[in-house]
Design a protein around this ligand. Structure first.
Ligand SMILES: *Cc1c(COP(=O)(O)O)cnc(C)c1O
Length: 341
C-alpha cells in the first residue's frame, strides 16, 4: 500500500480531505445500511434541525501504525457507547455501537494511505458525527438524520516535546447541573468559544471550568479532563456528573492501577486543594496528556513543582506506558487494540 506524499512530521491539526467517508441515513424510523462514498459534501435542508436547533453530537478517535506494522484503533467500542449516550440525551436515534465500530474501521481501512507511519507521532484522526437533517421549524427533534465518519491526518500534538501550558480559572461555566456536560455535543463547544478566545487574549492556553452550582470544585477544560498527582504519588481525577467521561482518562486510571501499581482516586476535587498537588495534566485523544505548569485564579498563581519546561515524572511515566500500549510496544489489556489492517 503506497502512502500519500505527506510530510508527516510537519502536519498540523487541520482538515485535509481524504478519499473515502462513511454515510448512513435515518428515515421513516430506521437506519439505512449506509456505506463509503467519495463525496465530501453534505446536502441538507436550509431548515435542518442541526442548523436551527444544534441537534448534533460527535466523537473523536485515532488510527495509527504500531510497532508491529498494524493499523489499529484504540478502544473504538467506548466511542460507540458514548455516542449512543449522546444520541439518547439529544433525542436522536441511536446508531448501534457495533455498526459504529464497523463504520470507523471501514473509513480507516479505505484511507490507509493517509495513516502516518510508526514513529512519526502523527495519526489519522477519525471524526464520527450525527445530525438532524430534515426541516424543523417548531422546536422538536428531527425525523431524519445522517451519521457520518470522515478521517483526516493530523500531526503530533506537541512538536518538539510537550511544553507545559498555563490555565486560568474561568468565570464562565461550561456545563449546568443536570445539563449536557457529560455528552459529546457540539453545543457544549459553541458556547465555550467566547471563553476560550477571551482566555487566549489574556495570555492563557485554556480555561479551567469550575462546577456551575458552587464554583468550588474543579471540572475540566473545554475539551480535556484533569489529572493530578499528589506529593506522595497518588493519581487524583475529578468526579462529577457534568464532565465528559474521557476514554483517555479511564484508560490512564486503569494503567496507573494495573501497570504502575499506583493508588487512584476518582473524587470531587476542590479548587482550594489544587495548590497541594505536585503535578497537573489534561487528558484526551488529541494529546493523550498535556502537562499543566501554571493555573491562575484571579491574580493568584498556582505553580506546580514540575515547572514550565517539561511534564512531571509521574505523568510522563503514565504517558509513556499508555503510548506504548497504543503502539503495540507493551502488551495491551484484552480488547483495547482493534486491528484495522
Ligand atoms: C472529547 C472530550 C474529552 C476527551 O475525551 P477522550 O475520549 O479522552 O478523547 C474531554 N472533555 C470534553 C469536553 C470532550 O469533549
Amino acid at each position: 500500500m503506497d502512502k500519500k506524499a505527506i510530510d508527516w512530521s510537519n502536519l498540523g491539526f487541520g482538515y485535509i480531505q481524504t478519499d473515502q467517508r462513511f454515510v448512513a441515513q435515518y428515515k421513516n424510523g430506521a437506519w439505512k445500511e449506509g456505506g463509503l462514498t467519495e463525496d465530501a459534501t453534505v446536502r441538507i435542508s436550509e431548515c435542518a434541525g442541526v442548523l436551527q436547533y444544534a441537534q448534533t453530537c460527535f466523537e473523536g478517535l485515532k488510527a495509527f501504525t504500531t510497532k508491529k506494522g498494524n493499523v489499529v484503533l484504540f478502544r473504538p467500542d467506548l466511542n460507540g457507547e458514548r455516542m449512543e449516550e449522546s444520541a439518547r440525551r439529544l433525542e436522536m436515534p441511536v446508531f448501534p455501537k457495533e455498526k459504529f465500530v464497523e463504520a470507523v474501521r471501514q473509513v480507516a481501512e479505505a484511507n490507509q494511505a493517509y495513516v502516518p507511519p510508526y514513529g512519526s507521532g502523527a495519526s489519522l484522526y477519525i471524526r464520527p458525527y450525527m445530525f438532524g437533517s430534515d426541516a424543523v421549524i417548531g422546536v422538536k427533534p428531527s425525523e431524519e438524520y445522517e451519521f457520518r465518519v470522515f478521517a483526516t491526518p493530523v500531526g503530533p500534538y506537541f512538536k518538539g516535546g510537550a511544553k507545559p501550558i498555563s490555565l486560568r480559572v474561568c468565570d464562565y461555566d461550561r456545563a449546568a447541573p443536570h445539563g449536557t456536560g457529560h455528552v459529546k455535543a457540539g453545543l457544549n463547544y459553541a458556547m465555550s468559544l467566547y471563553a476560550i478566545m477571551d482566555a487566549h487574549k489574556q495570555g492563557y492556553d485554556e480555561n479551567l471550568y469550575l462546577d456551575a452550582a458552587t464554583r468550588t470544585k474543579v471540572e475540566e477544560t473545554g475539551g480535556a479532563n484533569f489529572l493530578f498527582v499528589t506529593e506522595d504519588g497518588r493519581l487524583v481525577t475529578p468526579k462529577s456528573p457534568t464532565i465528559l467521561p474521557s476514554i483517555t482518562r479511564r484508560s490512564l486510571l486503569y494503567v496507573a492501577r494495573e501497570y504502575l501499581g499506583m493508588e487512584v482516586e476518582e473524587r470531587e476535587v476542590l479548587l482550594e486543594e489544587v495548590e497541594s498537588f505536585a503535578e497537573c495534566g489534561l487528558c484526551g485523544t488529541a494529546a493523550v496528556i498535556s502537562p499543566v505548569g501554571k493555573i491562575t485564579d484571579h491574580g493568584k498563581e498556582i505553580l506546580f513543582r514540575s515547572g514550565m519546561e517539561k511534564m512531571g515524572p509521574v505523568l510522563q511515566k503514565l504517558y509513556d506506558t499508555l503510548e506504548g500500549i497504543r503502539l503495540e510496544e507493551i502488551p495491551a489489556p484484552e480488547g483495547w487494540i482493534c486491528k484495522v489492517c
